[in-house]
Ligand binder design. Structure first.
Ligand SMILES: Cc1cc2nc3c(=O)[nH]c(=O)nc-3n(C[C@H](O)[C@H](O)[C@H](O)COP(=O)(O)O)c2cc1C
Length: 273
């Protein structure tokens, strides 16, 4: 079996899945992605950071507005404080570098104000969504780039648990919001992570028209694959993927404080009209 076939099957946690004839070194690398939550203290160099940021900046940007930024945090004290904001996640303390990805409308506000031009569109939800998309696209390029350098990452959505505190810690001006953090560092081989299976393509790929009903067989297969994965990984997850995901959306109390996100965004200067 080729490396590509091996990785393709591992991605779906299935030996039966048909492997496509099209492949590339990039796809082969993307197939190995795994979130890592155990890091060695070895630092990420400034050269590595610069290469990662060049990859991030290579992402597309809506109308080339570049409404995103990123704060690179190496300070242990700040990482500890960010870890607390994110629900006490130990890997945020542990990873030597935390990249906090920002939806950033402040830069355009500053530029347009200096040009004495109106900028009322910044107050609309559309511009907020645009900035979140820009930040996410840049961040995912950064993840792939970091992994290609032998580094590991994990996104930290917990950064949205207490947005105002994160903003204060990082000195964010109004109209800048931390969309998520990202641990970057070298995986501790003594505590390795595994590639987590994904739903079969029949769940996510629709041809010409969307269908919910056509997804059921794939969802059933994925539930079985994830139940096996949870057991194999000795993860403390009861039931299967559907049950696990349903618990996560049960109500506002399951959102780790993010049920008040709209209020937080208003406080941070986003009108969301
Ligand atoms: C936007 C975003 C936020 C996430 N937030 C967290 C987080 O706060 N803590 C964490 O341990 N993992 C977090 N993750 C990682 C997901 O749990 C992980 O990507 C998912 O379980 C799939 O596993 P994999 O990345 O290993 O394939 C986040 C992922 C994304 C995309």
């Amino acid at each position: 079996m080729s490396v590509f076939e091996d990785r393709f099957r591992a991605r779906y946690g299935a030996s039966e899945v048909p492997v496509p004839a099209a492949s590339s070194a990039l796809i082969e690398q993307l197939l190995t992605h795994k979130s890592v939550r155990a890091y060695r203290p070895d630092p990420v160099s400034d050269d590595q950071l610069s290469a990662i940021i060049a990859a991030a900046e290579s992402a597309a940007s809506s109308s080339n507005l570049q409404v995103w930024s990123v704060v690179a945090v190496r300070s242990q004290a700040t990482r500890d404080a960010l870890a607390e904001c994110a629900g006490g996640q130990v890997h945020v303390r542990e990873a030597p570098l935390q990249l906090v990805w920002l939806a950033d409308l402040a830069r355009l506000e500053m530029i347009s104000t200096a040009l004495e031009r109106p900028n009322a569109a910044l107050d609309y939800t559309e511009m907020f969504v645009t900035a979140v998309i820009d930040a996410a696209l840049a961040a995912q390029n950064a993840t792939a780039a970091a992994e290609s350098l032998g580094l590991s990452t994990v996104y930290i959505g917990g950064m949205r648990n207490r947005p105002e505190e994160v903003a204060a810690l990082l000195g964010l001006p109004p109209k800048v919001f931390a969309v998520f953090g990202m641990c970057v560092g070298y995986e501790d081989d003594a505590r390795p992570a595994s590639v987590k299976p994904r739903p079969p393509q029949s769940v996510v790929l629709h041809r010409e028209r969307y269908s919910l009903a056509d997804q059921q067989a794939g969802i059933d297969a994925y539930n079985a694959a994830m139940a096996a994965f949870y057991t194999e990984q000795k993860m403390n997850v009861r039931g299967d993927w559907g049950i696990h995901s349903s618990k996560r959306i049960a109500g506002p109390e399951t959102l780790s404080g993010r049920d008040r996100l709209v209020d937080a965004l208003h406080a941070l200067g986003f009108s969301l009209k």
